[in-house]
Design a protein around this ligand. Structure first.
Ligand code: SAH
Length: 282
């Protein structure tokens, strides 16, 4: 079998006609990266690896996978890909890459990465944009066994994940992400780096799960959802709409000024509030 690793990523895409079915490629968010120095830079953020296996979502033509396996050493690399049409390219990669790589053909939304191995995992991906936020939320709600995530999002989503308290982007996604993880925006990637180019700029984000106990994450989700739906109103007036409890007392107990707006309430305070309100009457 010819060794695709001797080809550039662009040549691999051409060899297998990977973008010939425009409709399917579009619906799967297939925008491939070809610049090896950029791919190497992204993969490098997985370090230090320690005793972790790696899960890549959407390997596509294996541009990022090539760089991941160079770093992975003896650790396993599991690649979850929805598009079975990529299998021929992946088989060639497996035959030639000389490493512990495993391709799994499934929808990443339906597969829990931690189930692939008993080791903790590092998740890395140039995410398909249409499911990126949903995948992140799935992982955030179930962080046990995840050591680190290096993920590319469209810039606006990355801005929301990492938004500073009080900024216009600070919302539900910021609260949940920053409560559960240390978040860091790494760098932006221009549209021109992709083939075909997407409509939006991208940003790579690092998320490191923190050891924080949240007993009822669903409750926190509902609370933040309700609050940021009315982000111009005061926290007091928002909560009055949803709960019958004495809100003066609840807010005083948590130490939140009743005139604060949701965008000025820290993730920790939201958590405390959701815990107090857990048993409150709707
Ligand atoms: N990692 C490659 C490809 C990124 S494009 C690169 O950086 O160049 C996004 C990839 O995710 C495509 O290969 C696409 O087929 C795949 N994909 C899209 N939706 C998916 C899903 N729900 N589960 C798993 N893979 C998916």
């Amino acid at each position: 079998m010819d060794n695709d690793l001797e080809l550039t990523v662009a040549q691999v895409i051409k060899k297998y006609g990977l973008l010939n079915h425009k409709k399917r490629s579009k619906s799967l968010g297939q925008h491939f990266l070809r610049d090896s120095s950029l791919l190497k830079k992204i993969a490098g953020y997985m370090l230090p690896l320690e005793d972790n296996d790696i899960v890549e979502i959407g390997p596509g033509p294996c541009g990022l996978t090539r760089e991941i396996v160079k770093i992975a050493g003896n650790n396993n690399v599991f690649c979850i890909e929805k598009d079975i049409a990529l299998k021929a390219a992946h088989d060639n990669f497996t035959a030639n890459a000389n490493c512990n790589v495993h391709f799994i053909y499934q929808d990443a939304l339906r597969l829990r990465p931690q189930e692939l191995t008993s080791k903790n995992v590092v998740i890395i991906s140039n995410l398909p944009y249409n499911v990126g936020t949903r995948l992140l939320i799935n992982w955030l709600l179930d962080l046990n066994g995840i050591s680190k995530m290096i993920l590319m999002f469209q810039k606006e989503v990355a801005d929301r994940i990492c938004a500073a308290l009080g900024s216009k982007d600070y919302g539900r996604l910021s609260v949940i992400s920053q409560l559960l993880c240390k978040t860091e925006k790494l760098f932006e990637v221009s549209k021109a780096a992709f083939y075909p180019p997407p409509k939006v700029t991208s940003t790579v984000v690092k998320l490191i799960p923190q050891n924080i106990v949240v007993n009822n994450i669903k409750n926190l989700e509902i609370l933040t959802n309700n609050c940021f739906r009315h982000r111009r109103k005061t926290i007091y007036s928002i909560l009055k709409r949803y709960y019958k409890t004495d809100m003066d007392k609840v807010l005083a107990e948590v130490g939140i000024d009743k005139c604060s707006r949701p965008e000025n309430i820290t993730p920790k305070k939201f958590l405390e509030l959701s815990e107090i309100l857990e048993h409150a009457e709707f």
